[in-house]
Design a protein around this ligand. Sequence first.
Ligand SMILES: C[S@@+](CC[C@H](N)C(=O)[O-])C[C@H]1O[C@@H](n2cnc3c(N)ncnc32)[C@H](O)[C@@H]1O
Length: 239
Amino acid sequence: MDKLETERAAAATYERIADRYAAALETKPHNAYYDRPAVISLWPNVAGLDVLDTGCGPGVYAEELVNRGARVTAGDISARMCELASVRLAGRATVTPLDLAANLPAAEAAFDMINAPLCLDYVRDWRHVFSEFFRVLRPGGIVIMSAAHPDFDAEYFKTDAYFDVESVEATWSGFGEPFRMNCYRRSLADFINPPLEAGFRLDRLLEPLPTEQFRQADPRRHERLMRRPSFLMMRLQRP
Ligand SMILES: C[S@@+](CC[C@H](N)C(=O)[O-])C[C@H]1O[C@@H](n2cnc3c(N)ncnc32)[C@H](O)[C@@H]1O
């Protein structure tokens, strides 16, 4: 698949599976007991901050941000995800269509923080993404993001082209009827350098551990995650 095909295929898949994704998200161990606790541990006190939640899905993170007192704009490429987020947020946040591969629908220096969990694996050009994040953040503003760990993906997709950003396809079976998901895998350098080149300072790199609730829900995967990480998180700051 070429660049645009992979991005379009991922967006189309999310549109198709949005309702079952939303139904599973609250309690699916990789989200509820691995990604979210780790990402939230990187948040500052968000009360009173203007926060952009990108790739917001059905709005679970956006709701958490609102509950903590942030003024939230949440956006996703999938119209159905945006609808689900709007219903969940019930007017407490602005929900807007947003394509991370394009220019963001926001003015310069509009936000104090960008939350971007598990949505950047579907975009090839992180240089563009992080230059847009830089543009819409105020000086001192931060990005908190999570994505597939390059080490995990290199092994999972059995790559023999580690240094390339590769279009890859996985079968997802944790959301009912299995389906194919398209995304990109990249090297560690291609994970960390795009935000640095955009002007960000790397404030913290986090290789998360699963929580105790994860162990109770799925002991086998918990045991594996205690030995090898699946996700990698960064907190970045615009100087
Ligand atoms: C794994 S889900 C994560 C949802 C949410 N961030 C969370 O962690 O609960 C990935 C989300 O990214 C969205 N997405 C995929 N490609 C995108 C793009 N190019 N621009 C914006 N959102 C995109 C999908 O529609 C989906 O809602």
